[in-house]
Design a binder for this molecule. Structure first.
Ligand code: SF4
Length: 706
């Protein structure tokens, strides 16, 4: 039975309330992010990303042929290749190989494992987690021993890995000491792990690993590790099994090197890991009279189990195909703000993090991912750091469409689709919104009441699209836009039928609802004149970039008239610096990059330059978490997670020493302001346009724009 929302919500709350988990996640993930950034100082991320993406996509195009070639080359080197269409088949194959290995071992009279349960050692492998292999082998009477330190801690605490490459990131050293029965020092824990695992490596009849790559050109698997356990697991037992998905097959050694350049840097912030194992078949020698001997020091058998389990379905799907280029570096998890708040046990299923939300429905069913999926804020931080540029936010949204939706979300979307109903409710709620702790404030007088249908005396027309949020919750931003445009000599128009661009509905997984709202807005604006300027960066992105994905009708003429207010105001001030007073210089402003502005629209330098032209000094906010936690309906679904992210943002702003924070996205501003109010923090939260408008020189005003 699928997990209930209430039960899942309790798990999320428990994670938020666990101080040890919070400490482990924030220090672990901020540390990895810092190391990743340093590692890319010596290698051009953009160049490496473009090359790797090209190679991985080319590999996908030729996958059946490459699997065939890999099989031929490995079998020529004495290995055996098995193909499993699903998890059950893979478990059967692996169970049978282990069984055969044990039988052969016992009949050869070898001492290992003969008196006790057969020992299977394992290198950390997410494919084996996907198969839930450990309980299966244990049910067959085998002793399964994880040999990666973190994975061993996870095994002994009977939990699951909470991160693709740092499985025990949710555990502290005190947790580890408790499971190993040692002092709570890193040295004592490591010594115990080393000593207790040594004998297991020697006793093992089978060693199981995954593979970071399988090279078709040579029939080689590649393992990228740090601890040394992979070498011992793959060389000491008489039988080695490597289990991996079809997506791990690459064409050439050059492809493998391209992965190696990006994987350690992206994952652990290392230029290269301590160990890279290249394994092509079983151990062999021709030292005795040049005759081939198999299984000299290392395994006498090497098996590769290549797994489909939903991957071919992904390959055939134009939206999800790119997810098969993933190199499992975990960088998307490291960058993900809600992941840092709740941990991988909540943010995913067996595969966790942003890529886990994408993979899980294919490997384990949509019901295992649809609640974790709602924890994504759509901030795009994951795609930004992904070494193969997988459009994870778009793919997550696609799954969200088919997942369950909360009653609260359904009710909001139901109201939002009817502008007249929403108008009545918002007007009725406005006087009380300030009284409800934690609720965003609704303006008593929305912008639409302040805006005439046409204003200004200039010759050039300009249309304002305020966005539903600015209209109702941040009218000061639209007022500021009006002041700037009016001072610059525009004749302003505000078509009163305008409402929402559809982003709220689409972000909640309701694409038809988003498309309807978009189409209504387009209809309202179609006969307006001049550029259509909006103070909402996310609505600009939604109207001009996202809407076709929702199935909205595209009107290219209308789309080309849309302008985001930051670029619009910057071009104005660049051309006409006299619009700004000379006396208002120097106030320090902390600038918050909204996720859409920064990652979708590429607005990084522009808002800073705009503020500087307007006479302010911009101070950078340090990285604690990338997103403020607003995320559209996310903050409605998960108010406590949203508030945790906002708290990190406030902590980061506090480090700048500024008392004013600015942004160009109304959702962020409303959310940060609410979080600051809740904590009685004296912080002014302002739209960039408000700050620009405050420094306007009205004496320069009302001239015809160029
Ligand atoms: S999706 Fe990208 S960032 Fe995430 S694990 Fe895969 S390759 Fe790494």
């Amino acid at each position: 039975m699928p997990e209930s929302r209430r039960h899942f919500g309790r798990r999320v709350d428990k994670a938020l309330d666990d101080p040890d988990l919070q400490r482990a996640l924030t220090s672990g993930l901020t540390g990895i992010r810092g190391r990743r950034d340093l590692a890319f100082e010596s290698f051009d991320f953009g160049k490496g990303q473009a090359e790797l993406k090209k190679r991985r996509l080319a590999n996908l195009d030729r996958l059946p042929e490459l699997i065939e070639q890999f099989t031929e080359r490995l079998e020529a080197a004495g290995g055996v290749v098995h193909y499993a269409k699903d998890a059950a088949e893979a478990r059967d194959i692996i169970g049978q190989i282990c069984w055969n290995a044990d039988t052969a071992n016992r009949s050869s009279g070898a001492p290992r494992g003969s008196a006790r349960r057969m020992v299977v050692t394992k290198v950390k492998s997410m494919a084996s987690e996907e198969l839930e292999l450990n309980p299966y082998l244990e049910a067959l009477g085998m002793e399964v021993v994880e040999t990666d330190l973190g994975e061993r801690m996870v095994q002994l605490t009977h939990t699951r890995p909470s991160h693709l490459i740092a499985p025990a990131i949710h555990l502290t050293k005190e947790d580890a000491a408790a499971v190993f029965g040692t002092d709570a020092t890193i040295e004592a824990i490591q010594r115990h792990a080393r000593e207790s695992l040594r004998q297991k490596f020697i006793e093992a009849t089978v060693g199981i690993s995954g593979a970071n790559m399988a090279i078709a050109e040579t029939g080689t698997i590649v393992l990228v590790t740090n601890e040394g356990n992979a070498d011992l697991t793959t060389t000491l037992p008489p039988v080695h099994i490597a289990v991996f998905g079809i997506d791990k097959v690459v064409a050439s050694l050059d492809d493998a090197v391209a992965v190696l350049r990006m994987l350690p840097r992206s994952g652990t912030g290392q230029v290269m890991t301590s160990y890279v194992n290249w394994i092509t078949g079983p151990s062999r020698s021709a030292d005795i009279e040049q005759s081939l001997t198999i299984g000299v020091h290392g395994p006498r058998e090497m098996h590769c189990v290549i797994l489909d389990n939903g991957r071919e379905e992904m390959r055939a799907d134009p939206i999800f195909r790119d997810a098969l280029t993933c190199i499992r570096c975990g960088a998307c998890s490291n960058a993900c703000p809600p992941f840092m708040a709740v941990g991988g046990h909540q943010f995913g299923y067996i595969y966790n993090g942003p890529i886990g939300l994408v993979l899980t429905p294919f490997h384990h069913g949509i019901d295992k991912a649809d609640l974790p999926n709602t924890l994504c804020t759509q901030c795009n931080a994951c795609q930004e750091v992904c070494p193969v540029d997988i459009p994870l936010p778009r793919q997550i949204l696609e799954h969200r469409r088919s997942g369950r939706k909360s009653l609260r979300k359904k009710a909001l979307l139901g109201v939002w689709k009817h502008p007249d109903l929403a108008d009545g409710l918002l007007r009725a709620a406005a006087p009380f919104s300030g009284l409800v702790p934690g609720a965003p404030r609704i303006a008593r007088v929305p912008f639409r009441d302040l805006a005439g249908s046409e204003q200004g005396r200039g010759d050039q027309p300009l249309t304002i699209f305020a966005s539903c949020m600015v209209d109702r919750m941040l009218p000061a931003a639209a007022v500021a836009l009006r002041q700037i445009a009016d001072t610059a000599g525009y004749r302003l128009e505000f078509p009163k039928g305008q409402w929402c661009c559809g982003l709220i509905a689409a972000n909640a997984g309701d694409f038809p609802g988003g498309a309807d709202l978009h189409n209504q807005l387009a209809e309202t604006l179609r006969n307006s004149k001049g550029p259509i300027v909006t103070p909402s960066a996310s609505c600009f992105g939604a109207f001009t970039i996202d809407a076709p994905d929702w199935g909205a009708a595209v009107d290219e003429t209308l789309r080309s008239r849309f302008r985001d207010s930051t670029r619009f105001a910057l071009e104005l001030l660049d051309g006409r610096p006299e619009l700004i007073r000379a006396d208002g210089k120097g106030l320090k402003i902390a600038y918050h990059d909204s996720c859409q502005s920064l990652r979708q629209l590429g607005l990084k330098a522009e808002p800073r330059r705009l503020l500087e032209l307007a006479g302010y000094e911009v101070v950078e906010i340090p990285d604690i978490a990338n997103c403020c936690g607003f995320g559209g309906t996310f903050s409605l679904d998960w108010p406590r997670v949203a508030d945790r992210l906002a708290r990190w943002k406030l902590d980061a702003i506090a480090k700048t020493g500024c008392t004013v924070v600015a942004s160009d996205n109304p959702g962020c501003l409303i959310h940060i302001a609410k979080a600051a109010r809740d904590r009685h923090i004296n912080l002014r939260v302002a739209h960039v346009l408000e700050l620009v408008a405050e420094h306007l020189d009205t004496r320069a005003g009302r001239v015809t724009p160029c």
